[in-house]
Design a protein around this ligand. Sequence first.
Ligand code: B4P
Length: 216
Amino acid sequence: TRAFDSEKVKVVFVLGGPGAGKGTQCKRLVEDFGFCHLSAGDLLRAEQNRPGSEYGQLIRDCIKEGSLVPVEVTITLLKNAMSDALKENREGSGESWKDGKGLFLVDGFPREMDQAERFEKQLRPLATVLCTPSIVLYFTTTEEVMLFRLLERGKTSGREDDNEESIKKRFRTYKEQTMPVIEHYGKVGKVAEIDSSASVEEVHKRASEGLKKVLS
Ligand code: B4P
């Protein structure tokens, strides 16, 4: 049996600068609440490594350059992942959903206004209420902290974008393309800003409280 009504599914966007801790916090929130976590970065990396993908090289180049992967590619991957998760719910397998309510944590998306607009239009057929976020969780810290964390991760991650040159470009992309998205949702009162300079545990506490408030 399905766990929830697909028409009542909710979406929370998770944004913040590179290395602000989006992925780290999403993992913790999934452990606690059982949300369905979809990371744009993870979806792109999986597609990049999929044998035979026509986008592999394009994705690799964009990630290394710290630029955004073309919107068509990102939207298609996200739409497929959401559609698969909703299908799981309809069929009653529901591995991606443990919260019983149907909440998508969409991490690292939308990273530019065009993505936000297309999300509304192109995902409408999946579920009508899904198309606007209930809230945007916005993790903030300084560039020094983000740079330090990413360089630390770079020592073992093998990620081609965890080096100083790529990180500087990612900061620029974030300021020019993603900040307008945060301002856009801020104007309609949908942004919950969380200082992510503290420890993973402390930030997690703040994020959980912020989420509970809006979702209760
Ligand atoms: P992402 O994969 O989204 O990665 P990110 O912004 O670097 O990381 P995140 O904020 O999740 O950091 P994390 O928790 O891992 O994007 C990578 C690239 O993919 C983009 O540059 C772009 O090219 C492409 N892309 C992604 N989304 C796209 C989209 N929508 N459209 C087009 N292109 C897109 O934390 C980083 C490190 O800090 C970890 O090592 C972690 O352990 C550590 N850390 C986290 N929180 C900490 C804390 N509180 N204290 C100490 N350390 C902490």
